[in-house]
Design a protein around this ligand. Structure first.
Ligand code: SAM
Length: 280
């Protein structure tokens, strides 16, 4: 019977997929991917392989940064007509340094229900094992590829008090870490999370200076995918006060405390009142 009522709109499910270990695809992600009318994928070949592993066969539609604007309207039409769609990226959570936000925005603007199926995300996985302050953090995604622009961005981030999260690839990790050490100070606590959930997973670090050294000395530490987690600027983000206290302790054995503090402050750039009376 023809009622004339508009069809009930479908839902856009934003589905996280593994960042390495296939066991991290959630049961709900699998169930959702298996029942939608079509799956919008960043790279359809990559997603077909993932689905094949789980025995899921659904129509795939390419949605990547070069066609997202053009595709969004027709995908919203499908949703309006009652189809349900899933959005996935090559790895992890869509929209996190990945395509999808234009489609999500268009769907929400059209009153379509957009529902997350949360799961793996490299930034959050790295934060969860870094052991750096995690109550407030800022996700910075990829730094600019060109050295000058990258150093400008880092200089602006140097006073940021929140823990910083960066994505980086193997061919730039050495340069990026060196630029971070120069901008934030070599003593800034930092952690390099590489190949998370994969065979060669490593989580390294104490300071940026140590990470620069480890990546320089071991070519294996330049292979794969990386998240860099850097502690935010604190009272002693660049280690000047710690250095000033060491110098003060040495000088105070030979000089009056006020003179030792003055000289240590001049030599290290640490504020004098942070040194006076400190034992090192
Ligand atoms: N949407 C993804 C997410 O939720 O994490 C991120 C996609 S972004 C295009 C890819 C970057 O994420 C890589 O260059 C790397 O910096 C980071 N990444 C992805 N998988 C990773 C892993 N297993 N270990 C460490 N970093 C990873």
């Amino acid at each position: 019977m023809q009622t004339g009522a508009p069809p009930k709109a479908g839902t856009l499910h934003v589905v996280a997929t593994p960042i390495g270990h296939l066991g991290d695809l959630s049961a709900r992600a699998l169930e959702t991917l298996g029942r939608v009318d079509a799956i919008c994928a960043e790279d359809t070949r990559h997603t077909r392989q993932l689905l094949g592993h789980f025995g899921v066969e659904r129509p795939l539609l390419a949605l990547h940064e070069h066609n997202e604007d053009a595709q969004a309207a027709s995908l919203v039409e499908r949703l309006r007509s009652g189809q349900s769609l899933a959005l996935v990226s090559d790895a992890g959570t869509p929209l996190v340094s990945d395509p999808g936000y234009r489609l999500v925005r268009a769907a929400r603007a059209a009153g379509i229900r957009v529902s997350p199926v949360p799961g793996p995300c490299a930034a959050i996985a790295a934060l969860s094992v870094a052991g750096l302050p995690s109550d407030r953090f800022a996700f910075e995604g990829f730094l600019p590829a060109k050295g000058g622009a990258r150093r400008d961005r880092l200089a602006r981030l140097a006073p940021e008090p929140r823990t910083l999260l960066f994505y980086e690839s193997g061919h730039r990790i050495g340069d990026s870490l060196a630029d971070m050490a120069a901008a934030f100070g070599p003593a800034r606590p930092a952690v390099l999370a590489r190949e998370l959930t994969k065979l060669f997973e490593t989580v390294l670090g104490e300071t940026l200076a140590e990470l620069v050294q480890q990546v320089r000395d071991d070519p294996n530490q330049r292979r794969g995918e990386f998240v860099v987690v850097v502690q935010g600027a604190g009272e002693d983000a660049d280690g000047r006060i710690a250095e000033g206290r060491r110098v003060y302790a040495a000088l105070a054995a030979h000089l009056p405390p006020s003179t030792a503090a003055k000289v240590a402050a001049e030599l290290t750039g640490a504020p004098r009142k942070a040194l006076y009376g400190a034992s090192g």
